[in-house]
Design a binder for this molecule. Structure first.
Ligand code: SF4
Length: 273
């Protein structure tokens, strides 16, 4: 018998504004199932969103939620975590939000290893604003601003997170729900900054601009352009893969930022907690 997750959703915010066939619903389903499986009280969970299609996620989830500014979800989330370390803090942001306007927040959250799970919805395009080129658009792919195909090198967000020092880095797709949910489960339990890049489907803009008119075409695209290298793919991302590798690329214990900060506060106050 399937579980009932309606207590984690806001009925008055449904149906969502997302287009039919959008991959965002798959990502959100994996998130609520992972949280539910962990048995977390929803009042202990905080979800912070940026701007963009994925930024609508906080509207439909019945956790503590916040809809913030473009590229600033991690800045708000860091403040929330510092003020109330008891909360399980999760950010939901798009690829443009994370790698363009919010790029600095992203790399410094990785560097600090602050205990937040960052879910990055990577559809390879700016969806909500009409399908413009993003730093993550694959080379050669058409967008509304690159009608002859993008000439810019593609930002690899998982590589960026590894280089910036995040303790947990994984990539999955909205095609492979079971893999995605399993990675979310691990990321949520990781004590430190955990990043899950989710390659997801935007049939409305990316798909239509690139001869994938049906949502199922985009699912096949995600299947055919990625290569699962598994849960133990640590650093395999650096090896040569013809397709985009998905897997857990790093999962290592590192000092967590809020712990280290509070330890210094206690020390400075003469040991009083
Ligand atoms: Fe999803 Fe694309 Fe529609 Fe945005 S524009 S809701 S990413 S299909």
């Amino acid at each position: 018998m399937s579980e009932d997750y309606r207590n984690l959703l806001r009925p008055n915010a449904l149906p969502s504004v997302w287009c039919p066939g959008c991959g965002n619903g798959v990502v959100v389903k994996a998130l609520i199932q992972a949280v539910s499986d962990l048995g977390w009280n929803k009042d202990d969970v905080m979800v912070v969103g940026g701007i963009g299609c994925s930024g609508r996620t906080p509207f439909i989830l019945d956790f503590n939620t916040m809809h913030t500014l473009h590229g600033r979800a991690l800045a708000f989330a860091a403040g929330i975590k510092m003020a109330n370390p008891r909360l399980k803090v999760i950010t939901v942001s798009g690829d443009g939000d994370t790698s363009a306007i919010g790029g600095n927040h992203f790399i410094h959250a990785c560097r600090r290893n602050i205990d937040i799970t960052a879910i990055v919805f990577n559809n390879g395009i700016y969806g909500q604003t009409g399908g413009q080129l993003a730093p993550t658009t694959p080379v050669g792919r058409r967008t509304i601003t690159t009608m002859q195909g993008s000439t810019e090198p593609t930002f690899d967000l998982a590589q960026l997170a590894l280089g910036a020092g995040a303790g947990f880095v994984a990539r999955s797709t909205s095609f492979d729900f079971n893999e995605l949910k399993g990675f979310m489960h691990k990321a949520l339990l990781y004590h430190g900054f955990s990043v899950i890049e989710v390659m997801t489907a935007c049939p409305t803009y990316f798909g239509r601009m690139n001869d994938m008119r049906e949502p199922s075409d985009m699912l096949h695209y995600l299947r055919d352009t990625t290569e699962p290298v598994g849960e133990h793919a640590v650093e395999a991302i650096r090896e040569s893969h013809k397709l985009l590798p998905t897997g857990i690329f790093r999962e290592e214990a590192r000092p967590e930022y809020v712990d280290a900060y509070r330890e210094r506060v206690v020390r400075a106050s003469g040991g009083m907690k």
